[in-house]
Design a protein. Sequence first.
Length: 226
Amino acid sequence: MVQCGTVIVPESHAHPTNGRTIALPVAVYKALTPHPAPEPIVFLTGGPGQSGEAYARLLTDSFYHAYAAHNDLILFDERGTGASVSSLTCPPTPQTTDPVAALLACRDTLTRRGIDLGAYTDTENAADVNDIRAALGYARINLEGGSYGSELGLAVLRDYAPTVRSAVLESIVPRRRMRSAKGSSTTTARSRRSARSAPRTPSATRSTPMCAVACSARRTTWTRIP
């Protein structure tokens, strides 16, 4: 069984009451055993910029039965990716366009839409993972991530270590790139902000590309509010 829904998080965990929020699509694959382990496996995608849909398409029967034998599996679109709202997707540009000019044009497009690019950071992403954990009612989680997912995993371990039972990190980003929550580390348009706050409540379910893949076999409505 797969449950799909949306968790609403603050755009800035440093200013959670300013009314600006981000919607993160989440898919929960339920464990195959009737008595699952209490800690789910949370998949952290790479890039940065990869959608949770990438993992959803990898969940073949063998992959699913191996990972979900004893644990729930959680896939989600990180802020700015996939079907998250707001998305940092910019219109395609001709291949002849100067890459720097294209990047600056994308930045200008996003800022005109009112998006605070300073809120798309490792620290905010890690806080989102913790918000998802709390919204779904799990006390602790297991992490699985590679490439940028390893950097995000290290950020979660740095800021929310008591909530992490285990972490499997592959193609690890060097630790020298990781700094304290008050430091700075650039990943695409990321300039880190420190901050944490109580998790926000999840919204009603909606259709997303990730959940269309994840819930193709069986779909339920997830509206759990912690």
